[in-house]
Design a protein around this ligand. Sequence first.
Ligand SMILES: NC(=O)c1ccc[n+]([C@@H]2O[C@H](COP(=O)([O-])OP(=O)(O)OC[C@H]3O[C@@H](n4cnc5c(N)ncnc54)[C@H](OP(=O)(O)O)[C@@H]3O)[C@@H](O)[C@H]2O)c1
Length: 241
Amino acid sequence: MASINNDKIALITGANKGVGFEVARQLAQQGIQVLLGSRDEERGRKAVEKLISENLFSSLIQIDVTNQSTIDAAVTEITTKYGRLDILINNAGIYVKEPHPSECTLDLMQDNMNVNFFGAFSVTKAFLPLLRKSSSGRIVNVSSALSSIYFHQTCANSYFHLAYSASKASLNMFTYQLAQELKKTNIKVNACTPGLTATELTNFHGHSVEIGAKSTVFLATLPDDGPSGKFFNENCEEDKW
Ligand SMILES: NC(=O)c1ccc[n+]([C@@H]2O[C@H](COP(=O)([O-])OP(=O)(O)OC[C@H]3O[C@@H](n4cnc5c(N)ncnc54)[C@H](OP(=O)(O)O)[C@@H]3O)[C@@H](O)[C@H]2O)c1
């Protein structure tokens, strides 16, 4: 029997490696049509080929979340080929080692905001008309525990990551406000953290990408009576912002 996911179309930004790639794999395993976003065509092509070697299918979409013309071109391509989008996963993100907040530079703040917040904001705005055409649109913003003031207050080893934390806190605010605005529509908007996951971003510290991808996949495939405007941890439990 065909899976109910067979006709769903999902776009994942930054899916050529790390958590995004694993999310692409897990969604493809569920029969969802995966549009694998990569800012670099070659890296994206290799990721698509890797999935093919596992008998999983995806299509490459070249998209740099800081470059509006690539976002617009992706919207045009997906509009022409599919006419709608069911799942948007804003996963692309950067993290660089940071000094203490008082020593954080404006450049560092702007670099983090440009990818982690303005990138997700621009991609979401551009794809909203296509998501509105879905019978059950889902937007998943891949945030971080570091976005949460509650986490910093309660974590014994709270580190200094002002630029990264602020960019993800902004993403959380966008998640909540957009969810409120869309609450009478078919679109759900949520944020999650993968938890500390072994990818290039963490120098391969943390749990496996299989575990890291779980919360994103959970929110991407929420049923119609599922939550919206919430933040979930790596165990798919609702957490404090
Ligand atoms: N790993 C963790 O412990 C952890 C914890 C909390 C939250 N997160 C979040 O999880 C998400 C995925 O991170 P990850 O750990 O999988 O990191 P990763 O392995 O470094 O992957 C990051 C992905 O984002 C892409 N990217 C960066 N800048 C981009 C841009 N301007 N446009 C499009 N794509 C861009 C990268 O592309 P290139 O290959 O071209 O650089 C790569 O595909 C991020 O949002 C991160 O903040 C991760």
